[in-house]
Design a protein around this ligand. Structure first.
Ligand SMILES: Nc1nc2c(c(=O)[nH]1)N[C@H]1C(S)=C(S)[C@@H](COP(=O)(O)OP(=O)(O)OC[C@H]3O[C@@H](n4cnc5c(=O)[nH]c(N)nc54)[C@H](O)[C@@H]3O)O[C@H]1N2
Ligand SMILES: Nc1nc2c(c(=O)[nH]1)N[C@H]1C(S)=C(S)[C@@H](COP(=O)(O)OP(=O)(O)OC[C@H]3O[C@@H](n4cnc5c(=O)[nH]c(N)nc54)[C@H](O)[C@@H]3O)O[C@H]1N2
Ligand code: SF4
Ligand SMILES: [Mo]
Length: 719
């Protein structure tokens, strides 16, 4: 066996579980990944992405020199360039000076509202803290957001409304202390694989009972006591009918309701209409299953709810999450070990990017930008003149796209996101991106969005920099430099510090701090402004991460929240109404499309399609139930056309009982058949999250030659 020159311990760059990786290096090359049995999060286990998915670091298509587009891009005529021939390799000085000049020109001409920035849930806390600091302090804009908007925004808003906090209440590994748990809208075996393993252990070794509520027959259904196969978008009736049963049969927890909650009467009155019979008609779930699930969850000693995107990614995503929160407040399954309200967060550092202020309405630590005291605190912290920071709420990701216009957003800086694959209704997104005046791309690859850019700043990968990620259960863990940055690429925080200093000099404004010797100093600065991070110091997380809140240097961290009270005081019940999805099926579009992920791939594919993981799952497939496949006259491997009111794609089908009749599923990883050509831009009014989990489509047989279809070429800009 090859002997490593060194083994470096770091954190997985893919999902929010936050597994420990031991990266083996020989001759400055990473060649193997292992993980110890005592790793606190993952206990010796890794999924296929953590174990094998690091090779994108070495992919030939990775860009490691700064680039500027050869041809000047004009608003309305902007085009995509994937080929290096269309770019000029330049020095860092030239790339950063050019970026500075164009951003400052637009800012001085059109003001703060003309600029916007996408932060990056793949990058570290330190990277994100600095990028939002730069745009807030130097350009006075709050048009700062990241993929959390497309992700758990509905869960975050609902949790803020009901309890005043927005993270997972308990630690994922506590699942072994549950005796009943609900998993809904979460395909954990593929998307949080190590948490799924812990769930299986809870069931098989500790006798926990699992209730799955999901329109698809996900793998964990094989381990479930009950599966409620609902139609997409019917969570409010299903979970409210469970509340109805719990109320009617007096299975609720009166003491908890009395001492810890408010608004019970209004809520209870609004649940009367949600009979199991009504829920059955709307959702298609047998009423007896709903009654059984209600009894099982309510009579548990320790019950918990875990959910992911099937809940928030709807026009009524906030209501869906409130329906879950109502259940926990009703039964008192919150505030103790082995209970809780647990939204499984997606990206490796989406919790951390949110904590670090990569959001349009909040400074770091969820302090509102329209709160005068918070604004003053950050003005002092960042050495800015009093009254200078913008008190207006900024634009969210989807709003940034829709506000691109001559009198709206003119320039965007995108650090590590790919809206041209991840936003809904990509034909519309494309049209909007074409109208931009200036676009900065900061990434590892020229993805579908950066292909529109004027300047490309090559970032170092997770394996080439130091920093921290905060995982789904609020654990701040170390990211360590394993190898030197490839080519001329630089860590995001270094790029931002260099750029910010140039912008500051050109604007001749008071200087904020940008001269950090190491990312640990950035986290310490954030800790002086965010009480929950005050005690998180690099020297304390050398071995094991700390779970926020960590209030001071001696605070041990917080494995579960709300033991005595909720951050807002009492937990608030919310009355609910049922609203249908934005688009319903009809004769022309008779199927519901729901979109999501597969185990081997990641989002727009920038990472996994540049990895050997692509060989494991090389092309887009639409899942169709056997009943529908027979009616359509198709079998697995046949090519079909899937069409919505917004666009159409061709791809092969997979006939499987994993999807229920009337529902088709497409993963959104493949630029050759982008699911988001089909999805609808309708958003939840409170959380502004798009309805990725339901729209109406038509499915028809097509021929093999349609696979090289024009839509795919258009989406990619070339083929
Ligand atoms: N392999 C892999 N893992 C990932 C990612 C990835 O790209 N690839 N991405 C990460 C990210 S950022 C995130 S946010 C998470 C997402 O994790 P998940 O939310 O588990 O991911 P999805 O595949 O979108 O699955 C959504 C689930 O919701 C169900 N669903 C669809 N419609 C409804 C509905 O109306 N109601 C209910 N209750 N359920 C419904 C689907 O059947 C599916 O089981 O995954 C993370 N992990
Ligand atoms: N149809 C449909 N669409 C969806 C969803 C869905 O369920 N269905 N889910 C939504 C959700 S939950 C999410 S989270 C979004 C995700 O959407 P995005 O965040 O837009 O997608 P990613 O492909 O993860 O983009 C991450 C980019 O970061 C780059 N990157 C990786 N590491 C680094 C780094 O250290 N520094 C820098 N600068 N760049 C880096 C990668 O190369 C990649 O280009 O998609 C959303 N879109
Ligand atoms: S479960 Fe998530 S964090 Fe763990 S190895 Fe897999 S992708 Fe990485
Ligand atoms: Mo996400």
């Amino acid at each position: 066996m090859i002997q490593p020159d060194r083994i470096v311990s770091t954190t997985c760059p893919y999902c929010g579980v936050g597994c420990n990786l031991q990266m083996h290096v020989r001759n400055e090359t990473i060649y193997r990944v292992t993980t110890p049995f005592d790793a606190v999060v993952n206990r010796g286990t890794l999924c296929v992405k953590g174990r094998y998915g690091y090779d994108y670091v070495y992919n030939k298509q990775r860009v490691t020199t700064p680039l500027i587009r050869k041809k000047l891009q004009k608003p309305g005529k902007r085009t995509q360039a994937f080929d290096l021939d269309e770019w000029r390799q330049v020095s860092w000085d030239e790339a950063l000076d050019y970026t500075t000049q164009r951003l400052v020109e637009i800012y001085q001409r059109d003001g703060s509202d003309a600029l916007a920035v996408y932060c990056c849930a793949k990058a570290t806390n330190e990277d994100n803290y600095l990028l939002q600091k730069m745009f807030r302090a130097l350009f006075q804009t709050n048009n700062i957001d990241h993929c959390t908007r497309l992700c758990h925004a509905g869960s975050v808003v609902a949790l803020q409304m009901a309890v005043g906090s927005s993270a997972m209440s308990n630690t994922a590994a506590e699942v072994i202390h549950n005796d009943v748990f609900i998993l809904t809208g979460a395909n954990a075996s593929e998307n949080h694989p190590i948490i799924a393993l812990q769930m299986k252990k809870a069931i098989q070794k500790y006798g926990a009972k699992l209730i799955v509520v999901d329109p698809r027959r996900i793998e964990l259904v094989n381990y479930a006591t009950l599966w409620l196969p609902e139609k997409p978008g019917t969570d409010v009736p299903v979970f409210s009918a469970m509340a109805h049963v719990i109320l009617k049969e007096k299975l609720f927890n009166p003491e908890f309701i009395d001492t810890r909650t408010e608004n019970f009467q209004d809520f209870a009155a609004s649940m009367e209409k949600f009979t199991p019979e009504f829920a059955e008609i709307v959702s298609g779930v047998d009423r007896n299953l709903i009654v059984a699930a209600a009894r099982m969850y309510a009579s548990a000693k320790n019950g918990a709810i875990y959910w992911a995107l099937g809940i928030p990614q709807h026009v009524h995503g906030t209501d869906n999450a409130l329906a879950l929160i109502n259940l926990a407040l009703l039964t008192g399954h919150i505030g103790r070990l082995g209970t809780g309200l647990n939204p499984l967060r997606g990206q490796n550092n989406v919790q951390g990017a949110s904590d670090s202020g990569a959001m349009p309405w909040h400074y770091p630590g969820y302090q509102r930008v329209d709160d005068e005291a918070a604004a003053i605190k950050f003005e002092k912290g960042w050495n800015q003149p009093s009254g200078s920071l913008n008190r207006q709420l900024g634009l969210t990701t989807t709003e940034i796209v829709s506000h691109i216009a001559p009198d709206g957003v003119r320039a965007i800086h995108i650090m590590g996101e790919n809206p041209m694959m991840s936003e809904p209704d990509l034909n519309h997104t494309r049209h909007q991106f074409e109208q931009l005046e200036f676009l900065v791309g900061q990434d590892l690859f020229i993805n579908e969005s950066h292909a529109f850019a004027d300047v490309f700043l090559p970032a170092a990968t997770f394996a080439e920099k130091d920093g921290t990620f905060t995982n789904t259960d609020r654990r701040v863990q170390r990211v360590r430099q394993v190898i030197p940055p490839r080519g001329e690429s630089r860590a995001d925080w270094e790029i931002i510090c260099d750029l910010a200093q140039r912008i500051e000099a050109r604007l001749e404004v008071p200087t904020a701090r940008w001269d950090y010797a190491h990312p640990s100093e950035i986290l310490e600065e954030m800790g002086t402004l965010v009480t929950e991070y005050a005690g998180v110091k690099y020297k304390r997380i050398e071995q094991v991460g700390l779970q926020t809140p960590v209030y001071d240097d001696n605070h041990p961290g917080t494995p579960f929240l709300f033991a005595e009270k909720f951050p807002r005081g009492r937990g608030k019940f919310h009355p609910l109404e049922y609203h249908a999805c934005a688009e319903s099926i009809d004769q022309e579009y008779p199927f519901i499309l729901t979109t999501g992920r597969v185990l081997e791939h990641w989002h727009g594919g920038s990472l996994t399609r540049h990895s050997w993981l692509d060989d494991l799952y090389p092309e887009a497939l639409v899942e169709i139930n056997p009943v529908d496949a027979e009616a359509l006259g198709v079998k697995s491997g046949d090519t079909v056309n899937v069409r919505s009111r917004r666009g159409s794609i061709h791809l092969r089908c997979k006939v499987t009982e994993k999807t229920t009749p009337g529902v088709v599923f497409i993963p959104f990883h493949f630029h050759e058949a982008p699911a988001n050509i089909l999805t609808i831009e309708a958003i939840d009014p409170l959380a502004k999250i798009p309805e990725y989990k339901s729209c109406a489509v038509a499915v028809t047989r097509a021929s093999e030659k349609d696979l090289k279809n024009p839509e795919a070429q258009q989406a990619r800009g070339r083929y």
